[in-house]
Ligand binder design. Structure first.
Ligand SMILES: [Zn+2]
Length: 255
């Protein structure tokens, strides 16, 4: 069985004391494909080190995270462009709009998002979207860039059924993680109405651990708990969920 964690921050400081054990634990559980989103330039060298250490398991994305869009965002975008030109990445991400923490840089976040979508198209890559309290704003940018070569994943999808359909209509898959196991997570209530071909699994480790680890540090091996939840929602085996969602991830990342 091969499970794919389509969004995991393996380089996070939270894993500094046991990163290799954590990665090995995941691989033993069948979670052997890790797609690692970028946040800003501070983490780039740590990402490359992980890729060197686990060339068959770790696949990197490049991008500027919306909550890191600050005064220096043009410099950060230049870094993204330089790195994309330098080597192979498997998506542009994580990118998007986040109005939960701070609305000060909304205009800059919109610009950075659109610019990075255009970079993804240039390199024929998918995008990995971070959207928090900003569905209208994210959809506005996506609509303006709507095209057959715009595709990707709505990471940690937290919208309603209508927003899910809208995302799918824009060539996006829904990244489903720990929230699907929460009692008040809402997503589990309509997920059965979404065809499984639109779903990929993720943890967003070290954040958003699934039940029974809610509130604790999340790690990639827990993607299995998300797969178990989907198995009960879709009335399929965990193996079938693993197979279908891994195939879906290949369609986005090209590997
Ligand atoms: Zn993330």
């Amino acid at each position: 069985m091969i499970l794919t964690d389509t969004h995991t921050h393996l380089y996070s400081e939270e894993f500094d004391h046991d990163r290799n054990e954590m990665i090995k634990r995941a691989i033993e559980q069948g979670v052997s494909r890790f797609f690692v989103p970028s946040i800003d330039s501070n983490y780039t060298s740590k990402m490359y080190a992980l890729e060197t250490l686990y060339p068959d398991n770790v696949f990197l994305m490049m991008g500027l995270h919306p909550t890191y869009v600050k005064e220096n965002y043009l410099e950060e975008l230049a870094h993204v462009e330089t790195e994309l030109a330098k080597k192979k990445f498997f998506a542009v991400g994580e990118i998007g709009i986040d109005l939960f923490w701070d609305k000060t840089f909304l205009k800059e976040q919109q610009q950075a998002f659109q610019h990075q979508i255009q970079l993804a198209k240039k390199y024929k890559l998918g995008i990995n979207i971070h959207c928090r309290d900003a569905f209208d704003e994210v959809f506005e940018v996506l609509e303006s860039e709507r095209a057959t070569d715009l595709f990707g994943i709505f990471h940690c999808f937290t919208g309603d059924f209508a927003q899910a359909q809208k995302a799918i209509d824009l060539n996006m898959k829904l990244g489903i993680g720990g929230v699907a196991t929460f009692k008040n997570g809402k997503i589990d209530q309509f997920l059965h109405e979404i065809e499984l071909k639109h779903i990929v699994l993720e943890t967003d480790a070290p954040y958003l651990a699934p039940v029974p680890f809610r509130g604790k540090r999340n790690e990639s091996s827990y993607v299995r708990l998300v797969a178990e939840k989907l198995a009960s929602i879709y009335q399929l085996s965990v193996e079938e969920i693993a197979h279908i969602t891994t195939e879906n991830s290949k369609a986005i990342f090209g590997i």
